[in-house]
Design a protein. Structure first.
Length: 258
């Protein structure tokens, strides 16, 4: 029997790499999508050797329409799992950040998620089975310091919940992963100063991946790894929004981000 295929965007570091390694170990072949060709090929070679997976690489910048369409075309051919992990934040204030950067952020965080999910779903529905995992953020559940980033992740959560409702009983699961701070390259790449962040707020990639896979198996639509973030988001739903905004200003002090 042929092996199932998992397509993962942004797999060259952090959570994307964690999911690529997990699915390879679980017996999946992979379609890996990223901009960094050298790191992409390096990871692919490693997973072929260590996990025996067949790995297809697609160098692509998901902020570019032609690249998104090229990836979408591959997904239309059929995959069993799609992990929409690629995304980025930027340092600086919204009103002083270059607009093209803000648009690229939305193209990657929102448009790519919508377009790639739209491309992958028909074959999953025809087979009566499949999984779409959209990587959002706790910032999508609480009013964060970054306006554009938080808004993009709130969209991912709502999009995933709406799709999950619509796909009920069809054998295809849609899930939104909402992690908090994770030890990855995300903040360094964005130029966001995380000095002084309380140690208890940090999560590890392997722990997030493990909790996510358990959440998928249990059919959870919104997956929030870590007891600390479960408590924060639960509390955020119970107190007035102005209080939540005040608290996020304290936590986000000095971390200007779009």
């Amino acid at each position: 029997m042929s092996r199932p295929v998992a397509a993962i965007t942004g797999p060259t570091s952090g959570l994307g790499e964690g999911f690529a390694r997990r699915y390879a170990v679980d017996g999946y072949d992979l379609v890996l999508v990223a901009r960094d060709v050298e790191r992409l090929e390096c990871l692919a070679a490693e997973l072929r050797d260590e996990a025996g997976a067949q790995v297809e690489v697609i160098p692509a910048d998901l902020a570019v329409a032609a690249d998104r369409e090229r990836v979408a075309e591959r997904l239309r051919a059929g995959v069993q799992v799609l992990v929409n992990n690629a995304g980025f934040g930027t340092a600086g204030e919204f009103w002083s950040t270059d607009f093209e950067t803000l648009q690229a952020q939305l193209d990657v965080n929102v448009t790519a998620v919508m377009q790639l999910t739209h491309a992958a779903l028909p074959s999953m529905l025809a087979a009566g089975t499949g999984t779409v995992l959209n990587v959002a953020s706790v910032a999508g559940l609480l009013p964060g310091r970054g306006s554009t980033y938080s808004a993009s992740k709130a969209w991912v959560v709502s999009f995933s919940e709406g799709l999950a409702n619509g796909l009920g009983g069809k054998g295809v699961g849609v899930h939104a992963l909402c992690p908090g701070f994770v030890h990855t390259e995300f903040h360094e790449r964005a130029g966001i100063d995380m000095a002084g962040t309380a140690s208890f707020l940090w999560l590890e990639v392997d722990d997030v991946v493990r909790e996510t896979m358990a959440g998928i198996a249990k059919g959870r639509v919104v997956i929030i790894p870590g007891l600390q973030y479960k408590a924060l988001t639960t509390g955020g739903r119970m107190v007035p929004r102005n209080v939540v905004r005040a608290l996020t200003r304290v936590v986000g002090k000095g971390r200007d981000r779009t």
